[in-house]
Design a protein around this ligand. Structure first.
Ligand code: HPA
Ligand code: ZN
Length: 344
C-alpha cells in the first residue's frame, strides 16, 4: 500500500463516516463571512482585515474567547445571515465526510440584540433542511442557554422555543462555566425535558468534576460536553463509564483555550482507557484552527492513535448521537466497512 508521511492517516480519517456532536454554529463564523455580513448589514468591525481578525484569536482562557465570539456574532442580523452561516458549515462538514451533525445555537446572543427568535431559527433550520435534501447530511438542533445569565432568562428563551419544538431536538448549557454551576438551571432543564427536549450540558471544561456530577443529577443530561475535569473524580469516572454517558471532547478547542497545555498532554487516550464513551468534535472551528478532520488528525498525531482507535471514535460519534437505532446501525456498518477495507 502507498504510504504518505503520516502513513495514510489523513486519507483514513477523511474516509471515515463521522458525526459531529459538539459544534456551536456561531463558532463556525469565518472572518471572511464576518466581513461580508458586516458589509451587508452596515456594521463596523473593530478590525481592518481578515488577517487582523485571525491575529486576534489568541486566548488565555474560555472567557477571552467568549468575548470575541459574542462580538463576532453581532454581524448576524437577518434570516439570510443565519442561513449563510449554517450552509457554509454544512458544506464544509459534507466535504469532510461528516454524515450527521448535532448543532448548538445560542438564541440569547441574538435576541439580546433585538434579533427575532424566528429569524435565528428560520435561517438555521432552512439551511439544515437544504443540507439534508441536497447533501444527504442529517442534523439535529440543540438550543443552548447562556449560563452567565440567570435562570429566568433561560425560562423565557424556552418559552420562545416551544412553538418550534419540532425543529429543536435538545437543550444545552454553554458560556462561562466558572461560578455558573449546572444547578442554577435545574427548573429550566426540568421544563425542557418535560416538553420532550433531550438535555446536554457543557461541564468540566474549566469547571470542576463536581459540575459534571451536578449536570447528571440536577439536569439529567444524556451527554456531557467536554467533561475533561471528570477525570479528577474516580467514582464519577466509574459512573460515566458504567452508564455509557458520552463525552463530546474537543481537542483543538482544549489547546486554544488552555484547558490542556498541549495536545500531547490531552487526556483523550486516558479517557478511552478508563472505558469512557469519548467522541471527537470541533466546538468552534473558525476560532480554534480546524474542523472535524483536523481535530481527529491532530489528536491522532499527538497521541499516536491507531486506525482501530480512530474507527472506534467514529463509531462512538454515531452511538452517542440522538439518531434512531436503525439509522445508527446503518452508519455504524459504514464505519466498519471503511475500517475493514483499510485493514486488508
Ligand atoms: N464552552 C462554553 N461555551 C462555549 C464554548 C465552549 O467551548 N464554545 C462556544 N460557547
Ligand atoms: Zn462548546
Amino acid at each position: 500500500m502507498a504510504t504518505t508521511p503520516n502513513n495514510g492517516l489523513n486519507a483514513f480519517i477523511a474516509a471515515l463516516p463521522k458525526a459531529e456532536l459538539h459544534l456551536h454554529i456561531e463558532g463556525t463564523l469565518e472572518p471572511e463571512l464576518m466581513f461580508a455580513l458586516a458589509g451587508r448589514n452596515g456594521i463596523r468591525l473593530p478590525y481592518s482585515s481578515v488577517e487582523e481578525v485571525r491575529a486576534a484569536y489568541r486566548f488565555a482562557n474560555l472567557q477571552d474567547f467568549l468575548d470575541l465570539y459574542y462580538a463576532g456574532a453581532a454581524v448576524l442580523l437577518e434570516t439570510q445571515d443565519f442561513y449563510d452561516l449554517t450552509w457554509a458549515y454544512m458544506q464544509r462538514a459534507f466535504a469532510q465526510n461528516v454524515r450527521h451533525a448535532e448543532i448548538f445555537f445560542d438564541p440569547q446572543t441574538h435576541t439580546a440584540r433585538g434579533v427575532a427568535f424566528s429569524a435565528v431559527i428560520d435561517g438555521i433550520s432552512r439551511a439544515l433542511a437544504d443540507a439534508e435534501a441536497r447533501l444527504g447530511l442529517s442534523s439535529r438542533l440543540i438550543m443552548c442557554f447562556l449560563r452567565h445569565l440567570d435562570e429566568a432568562q433561560a425560562l423565557a428563551t424556552l418559552e420562545l422555543a416551544l412553538p418550534y419544538r419540532d425543529r429543536i431536538a435538545g437543550v444545552g448549557l454553554d458560556s462561562s462555566e466558572r461560578n455558573n454551576p449546572p444547578g442554577k438551571f435545574r427548573e429550566a432543564f426540568r421544563r425542557a425535558r418535560a416538553a420532550g427536549f433531550a438535555a446536554v450540558a457543557h461541564a468540566g471544561e474549566e469547571g470542576p468534576a463536581a459540575y459534571v456530577r451536578e449536570a447528571l443529577e440536577a439536569l439529567q443530561v444524556v451527554r456531557i460536553d467536554h467533561g475533561n475535569n471528570a477525570l479528577d473524580d474516580a467514582d464519577l469516572v466509574t459512573e460515566l463509564a458504567q452508564r455509557r454517558i458520552p463525552l463530546t471532547v474537543c481537542p483543538l478547542s482544549n489547546v486554544r483555550l488552555c484547558v490542556v497545555p498541549d495536545l500531547s498532554a490531552h487526556p483523550l487516550q486516558r479517557m478511552l482507557d478508563l472505558g469512557l464513551m469519548v467522541t471527537v468534535n470541533s466546538d468552534d472551528p473558525a476560532y480554534f484552527g480546524g474542523y472535524l478532520n483536523e481535530n481527529y488528525l491532530a489528536v491522532a498525531d499527538a497521541l499516536t492513535l491507531d486506525r482501530a482507535t480512530l474507527a472506534q471514535l467514529a463509531r462512538n460519534s454515531f452511538q452517542a448521537s440522538l439518531l434512531d437505532a436503525d439509522t445508527k446501525a446503518t452508519l455504524l456498518a459504514e464505519v466498519d466497512s471503511v475500517a475493514l477495507s483499510a485493514a486488508s
